[in-house]
Write a protein that binds this ligand. Structure first.
Ligand code: C2E
Ligand code: CA
Ligand code: CA
Ligand code: CA
Length: 281
């Protein structure tokens, strides 16, 4: 047992070392990210397929590190989840999203509902719902301005606490969205466990929706949309890039779409300039 350190070292490949180094670098860089104001939120519009109206937007986290490099969320979020840094970062996301909403409203703009991404890690200890509700109250904002997106991963280790936090938010009027639908360890049973308002179809299903010979893909989407209707959930298609995908989704009577076809995620100011209309008085 004394020599196991050496044995462990022997199994490390160069690649693993690189991965470990990268992880350590991200973790240490993130430690100062909030204080140094390296984080920001971008916003991507969500449009009604039937009318083209702006019905919502998704807030997506951006990190420009100390050297000025943009680190993609798919890189740093998993590290932040493992280290626990996602807790202060997640709280920052809630506060910053609400600050933007409050500022837009103060300018006379009419921002739609903002969806924020929440990791399972943020929900397993009690206090998340209370934090969100306090952040709303502090800015005198109603619960309807917010939607919380979670992935199927919250059902992987079903902890009563996570579901309790989400149920509490829902009772107070905050909408719940199930993100990346179809990519996880899908069991439909959990759709009965939480009162989701929105189901977001993962872009891997949207990718082939305009293929003429994809009968199986079409059947999956049709069934998913029919099920969403039965549960009274709004269906959002993610990753819509082509007009032909939009046309196919329209035929399937999907409700809402989000993707590069309309807009990439935009910095707050650009989002306000391009997407937010003056509030009708
Ligand atoms: P997600 O929640 O599934 O977010 C959608 C991702 O798809 C975003 O990537 C968005 O930029 C990208 N996207 C949007 N439209 C298109 C399109 O038409 N085509 C393609 N190929 N991609 C599109 P992004 O911003 O890099 O975020 C990646 C992931 O990082 C998110 O996936 C989410 O899981 C996570 N994430 C982002 N912000 C936060 C956050 O504040 N908190 C937490 N916990 N996770 C976050
Ligand atoms: Ca999302
Ligand atoms: Ca997603
Ligand atoms: Ca098709």
């Amino acid at each position: 047992a004394k020599r196991s350190g050496g044995n462990v070292a022997r199994f490390y490949t160069r690649e693993m070392n690189d991965a470990v180094c990268q992880r350590v670098a991200i973790e240490s860089g993130l430690r100062q990210a909030i204080a140094r104001e390296e984080l920001s939120l971008h916003f991507q519009p969500q449009l009604s397929i039937a009318t083209g109206a702006l019905v919502g937007c998704e807030a997506l986290l951006r990190w420009r590190d100390g050297e000025g490099h943009c680190v993609p969320p798919d890189r740093f979020i998993p590290v932040a989840e493992a280290s626990g840094q996602i807790l202060p970062i997640g709280e920052w996301v809630v506060g910053r999203a609400l600050d933007h909403i409050a500022a837009w409203r103060a300018e006379g703009l009419a921002p739609p509902r903002v969806a924020i991404n929440v990791s399972a890690r943020q929900l397993v200890q009690p206090g998340f719902a209370a934090m969100v509700l306090a952040a709303l109250a502090q800015r005198a904002l109603p619960a309807e301005v917010l939607e919380v997106e979670v992935t199927e991963s919250i059902f992987l280790h079903p902890e009563a606490a996570a579901l309790g936090e989400l149920r509490l938010l829902h009772r107070r009027g905050i909408r719940l969205a199930l993100d990346d639908f179809g990519t996880g360890y899908s069991s439909l049973s959990y759709l009965g466990v939480l009162p989701f308002d929105t189901l977001k179809i993962d872009r891997s299903f949207v990718a082939n929706v305009d293929a003429p010979d994809d009968a199986r893909g079409d059947a999956i989407l049709k069934a998913t949309i029919a099920m969403s209707r039965a549960f009274d959930m709004q269906v959002v298609a993610e990753g819509v890039e082509r007009p032909s995908q939009l046309a196919a989704l329209q035929t399937l009577s999907c409700d809402v779409c989000q993707g590069y076809l309309f807009s990439p995620p935009l910095a707050a100011e650009a989002f306000a300039d391009r997407c937010l209309a003056i509030k009708p008085t």
